[in-house]
Design a protein around this ligand. Structure first.
Ligand code: ATP
Length: 311
C-alpha cells in the first residue's frame, strides 16, 4: 500500500554559484515541490508515489531516474511528447539571496490531466499531497487537482503561491473551492488569505474558518520563526531549529515531508511539528532543494554539536 501519493511538475534544475549572465559552470539536478516532498518522505522510510508528465527528452529521463533512485514509485508517471521537460535556473545573487528563473510554459507537465492522476490513487493511498502550484499550470492540471481532491482520499494541500504563474485573485478562486475536500492545509503566514474565505481578515479568523469548514489541521509556516499548528483541540507553536543557513530553497517542501511523516507515524501535533522543523532545517542547512534531506536515522543529526566529526 502506498502511504502518500502526490503529483505535479518536476523540472530539470540548473544552479549557478554567481550571476548567470557572467556564464561559468552550473550544476544539474531536478526540482519540483511535490517531488521534493516525495523524496523527503521516501528518505524517512515511507512508501511514496509521484505522478507527473515529463518531456520526451534527456531532462525528463533525469527526473524519472532521480525519483526512482530515491525510492519513489513512478509507476504512473509518463513521458509526453506535447512539450519539453520544464527547466528551472537558480543563481546565487548576493549572499544567500537566490534568484529563480522558470522555463515551464507549454511544458509536458502542463498537460497533466485527471486521467493521469486518478489511476495513481487506486488503490487509495493513506494520504494525497497536492500543492497550489499544480492548478496554476493550466486548466488540465487544475481539473486534475480538483478531481483527485474529490476522490475521497485524505488530502494535504500546501498553498505554495507562485506569483510568476498567476495573481492572488486567480489563486484564491482556484484554491478556495478545494477546502471542503481538504484535511490538512499548510500555508505560509502570507498565504492563508488565498485559501480562507474573504470574510476572514485576521490570521486567527482565517484559521478558525478553515477548521470550521472541516479542515482537521492548519499549519502555518513562518520561515526562521518556525511554525504554528492548529487543530480544533489545540494550537502549538514550534520555533525553527537553529542552523547555519546555506540554501533556503526547498525549506517549505522539506517541512511538509516531516509533517506528513509525523502524521503517518501517529505523532501528536507537537511531534509532527518537531519533525517538520527538523526536516525544514536540514533543507536550509544544505545545498539543493532535496539533496540534504535526512534519512530516518539522521533525524537527530542536528543535536550533534557544531563542528563535530561523526565517526
Ligand atoms: P520555500 O518556498 O523556500 O520552500 P516556504 O516559504 O514554503 O519555503 P518557510 O516558512 O520559509 O517555507 O520554511 C519552512 C520551515 O523551514 C520553517 O517553518 C522552519 O521550520 C524551516 N526554516 C525556514 N527557514 C529557516 C531558517 N533560516 N532556519 C531554520 N529553519 C528554517
Amino acid at each position: 500500500m502506498i502511504d502518500v501519493a502526490t503529483f505535479g511538475e518536476t523540472m530539470a534544475a540548473l544552479r549557478a554559484d554567481g550571476p548567470i549572465r557572467l556564464g561559468g559552470t552550473m550544476r544539474l539536478s531536478v526540482a519540483g515541490a511535490e517531488s521534493n516532498v516525495a523524496i523527503g518522505l521516501a528518505r524517512l522510510g515511507h512508501r511514496v508515489r509521484w505522478t507527473g508528465l515529463v518531456g520526451r527528452d534527456e531532462p525528463g529521463e533525469l527526473v524519472l531516474r532521480t525519483l526512482r533512485a530515491e525510492g519513489v514509485d513512478v509507476t504512473h508517471a509518463r513521458v509526453d511528447s506535447r512539450g519539453p521537460t520544464g527547466l528551472l535556473l537558480f543563481e546565487r545573487r548576493i549572499g544567500d539571496v537566490v534568484r529563480v528563473t522558470y522555463h515551464r510554459a507549454g511544458s509536458a507537465a502542463s498537460y497533466l490531466s485527471s486521467g493521469d492522476v486518478l489511476p495513481a490513487l487506486d488503490p487509495p493511498p493513506r494520504l494525497l499531497h497536492v500543492t497550489g502550484i499544480t492548478p496554476a499550470l493550466g486548466p488540465a492540471p487544475a481539473s486534475a487537482v480538483a478531481a483527485a481532491a474529490r476522490s475521497g482520499v485524505r488530502v494535504c494541500l500546501d498553498v505554495n503561491y507562485r506569483s510568476r504563474l498567476w495573481d492572488r485573485d486567480q489563486a484564491a478562486a482556484a484554491l478556495r473551492p478545494l477546502v471542503p475536500s481538504l484535511s490538512v492545509v499548510v500555508a505560509s503566514d502570507d498565504e492563508l488569505d488565498l485559501i480562507a474565505p474573504p470574510t476572514a481578515t485576521t490570521e486567527a479568523d482565517r484559521v478558525a474558518a478553515l477548521l470550521d469548514a472541516g479542515v482537521t489541521e492548519v499549519v502555518v509556516k513562518r520561515g526562521a520563526a518556525g511554525a504554528t499548528g492548529h487543530t480544533t483541540r489545540e494550537t502549538v507553536h514550534t520555533p525553527a531549529r537553529r542552523v547555519r543557513v546555506v540554501d533556503v530553497v526547498g525549506a517549505g517542501d522539506a517541512f511538509v515531508a516531516g509533517y506528513l511523516s509525523g502524521l503517518l507515524d501517529d505523532l501528536d501535533l507537537t511531534g509532527r511539528l518537531d519533525r517538520a522543523v527538523t526536516t525544514g532545517a536540514f533543507a536550509v542547512a544544505s545545498p539543493g532543494d532535496w539533496e540534504g534531506l535526512p534519512t530516518r536515522s539522521e533525524l537527530d543529526l542536528l543535536d550533534t554539536g557544531p563542528e563535530s566529526t561523526l565517526r
